[in-house]
Design a protein around this ligand. Structure first.
Ligand SMILES: O=c1nc[nH]c2c1ncn2[C@H]1C[C@H](O)[C@@H](COP(=O)(O)OP(=O)(O)OP(=O)(O)O)O1
Ligand SMILES: [Mg+2]
Length: 185
């Protein structure tokens, strides 16, 4: 089967393909930008995005909204992660975290799939903000996020390694489980 992934982030596409294509699900990226509302939750952003997209996409599709939530910053950048990445970036986050001992943070991913109805799948990974940028793989905040149980950042992992433990990998796993149960392929 083939489903569309509406996103402008090629890093997300790479991860979704690495996870789902070996399981027999073909991903067709569609770079259509949709309004991302200013909301308190990733779920609300996804639900609004689907409502806006559903009559504009020729088939079943999914979108994904994600964010990095830093405990010492009361959850910032959270739902504003994309905007913060584009404005103050990794150096800005490291600066805000200077002299902050509590490095705890988590990533969260919310996938919304539309097949006539909306289905939501989520995943979270706990970790810490590093003291400097490390690694060249991945995208976004990967060079400053160290998942619990590891010494290296997401940017020091291969796509497969990251997928096995990441927020997006977990959401994709839930998504795949649902597809398998409901489509009986
Ligand atoms: O695994 C990740 N590793 C590092 N950084 C990440 C990850 N997952 C999301 N992020 C960053 C990217 C973006 O700055 C923001 C999410 O914003 P978000 O709107 O979901 O993504 P986006 O605008 O890059 O692509 P899209 O076209 O799918 O909306 O957090
Ligand atoms: Mg976005």
């Amino acid at each position: 089967m083939k489903i569309f992934f509406v996103t402008s982030n090629i890093g997300k596409v790479k991860e979704a393909k690495a996870f789902l294509e070996p399981l027999g699900i073909e991903i067709e990226p569609l770079k259509i930008s949709y309004p991302e509302i200013q909301a308190d939750s990733l779920e609300d952003v996804v639900k609004f995005g689907i409502e806006w997209l559903k009559d504009r996409i020729p088939g079943y599709f999914f979108i994904e909204d994600s964010g990095l939530f830093i405990e010492a910053l009361n959850g910032f950048p959270g739902v504003y992660s994309a905007y913060v990445y584009k404005t103050i970036g990794l150096d800005g986050i490291l600066k805000l975290m200077e002299n902050v001992e509590n490095r705890k943070a988590y990533f969260r991913s919310v996938i919304g799939y539309y097949n006539g109805n909306v289905h939501i799948f989520t995943g979270t990974v706990q970790g810490k903000i590093s003291y400097d940028k490390r690694g060249t793989h991945g995208f976004g905040y990967d060079p400053i996020f160290v998942p619990d149980g590891y010494e290296k950042t997401f940017a020091e992992m291969t796509t497969e390694e990251k997928n096995a433990i990441s927020h997006r990998g977990k959401a994709l796993k839930e998504f795949h489980r649902w597809l398998k149960e409901n489509l009986k392929y």
